[in-house]
Ligand binder design. Sequence first.
Ligand code: GLN
Length: 547
Amino acid sequence: MVPKTKNKKFVFVVGGVLSGVGKGVTSASLGAILEAKGFSVTALKIDPYINVDAGTMNPVEHGEVFVTDDGDETDQDMGNYERFLDRDLNSENYMTTGRVYLTVIENERSMKYKGRCVEVVPHIPEEVIRRITNAAEKDRADITIVEVGGTLGEYQNLLFLEAARMMKLNDPDSVAVVLVSYLPVPSHLGEMKTKPTQQASRLLNQTGLQANIIVARGPMELDKPRREKLAVFCGVPRENCISAPDVPSIYEIPMRMEQQQIGNKLLRALKMRTRKTDLTEWGKFVKKIYNGNKEIKIAVVGKYFGTGNFTLADSYISVIEAIKHASWYHNVKPILEWIDSEEFEKDSKKIKNLKTYDGIIVPGGFGTRGVEGIMKAIQFARENNVPYLGLCYGMQLASIEFVRNVLGKKDAHTVEVNPESKNPVIHINPRQADNVRKNRYGGTMRLGAYDCVLKKGSKVQKAYGLDKISERHRHRYEFNNDYREEIEKAGLRVVGVNPESDLVEIVELKDHPFFVGTQFHPEFKSRPMRPQPLFREFVKAILSKKK
Ligand code: GLN
């Protein structure tokens, strides 16, 4: 049964022609626009994978694992929703095929279907609908944006489209469909082509759905003849074909789309009264992006292999956005360079190249490869007063580097890399060790938001302006408290601690312009107009040093 949802509206965003066409940013932008009209908006991402969450997916293939407050390991698009909507999302805002099937099978095993045959249709789409409406209820949203992952014509996302069809059938005015599609410009023609999108639109029709709006992505603006073609062949009103050419910054997109009044067009499709949009604050923020001509150069050191910058940009998207937010706040332009730490292992002279950078970041990571090189980079930052921010693995490796080179315990390590180390500065608790032993990898790390009490007078406490904070975690290993006193005495201060477990969450170096390592991932909570305090202070330290 499809539940009745009183006064709730749903916008399904589907993709045509290509993957990576921009559904996520379009969904986030639509959300921002509707919020700017005064609606309460939430968003939901559907990932067609069998994986129950994104935690077990390869980040180089699938992109960053975005962690929510309640500890779900989700798709990177969720990060865009949070950043554009300026709202925390949770587990109910994310689903995968695996998750949906798991619930249906568990329900069947516990006789929730009361002995009836359980079938793919309708039981799977019904569970999808239950999840969508549940998110709308929980988030008290007037309008819920639902991004259907994958591309039209795939087998994988059909049941999600079936869910949309069933919802529309149940209450036609409560559902609108936005088709985000690609219009290529073949170089030998120099002209934008609509045919692939016409076909995508037909594939959508085959599922029983019709687009209300087409977002025409491509390298150039949608012109009049092409708009006409889309309108006729896709059955979409001319004015509902929205031009969405590539732009330098994704944060421009809400403004660009709203210039074409996409918001009111969507409201009309949902049989709602149109409203004014107030994007003043957003507009001011976008101006700041292009304000600064002063550049800062940041080295992001990690183990990267055989990947282009493009893939890396996807795998570390929240880190990149957090650096941008912080830099724009200070009216400067960040230049990020990805440095493969294995280079420093092969040729130790290369470490000197780090001189040309204003700051160094070591992002999260797993495993053995490249860690020695990373620690060389950290040592360089520590000894040469280069502002350093270590995120998760970047905090763990900074602690190990310190114990090795300042305390002189050369065999110090993390048991993740060397389980035999006599100086396990980073170790594992018995529960986590058991998980690893039993191959229980899915969803078992220390995940989600934990409180952290900050030491009075520390740099990080001043940065936050708070005594207690909450930040998001995703790791299996922890700082070993046996080493706490020693590192503190030697100048690496423990300035953030979890009040319940006494786990070390932040270390900060004395007598250094900025050297901070966090066991959590501060990047997840940075917002365009509210940069994350540690990133903000990291950039500030860079600028003070440059002066
Ligand atoms: N590999 C480390 C751990 O599991 C760090 C994880 C991370 O950087 N997210 O504890």
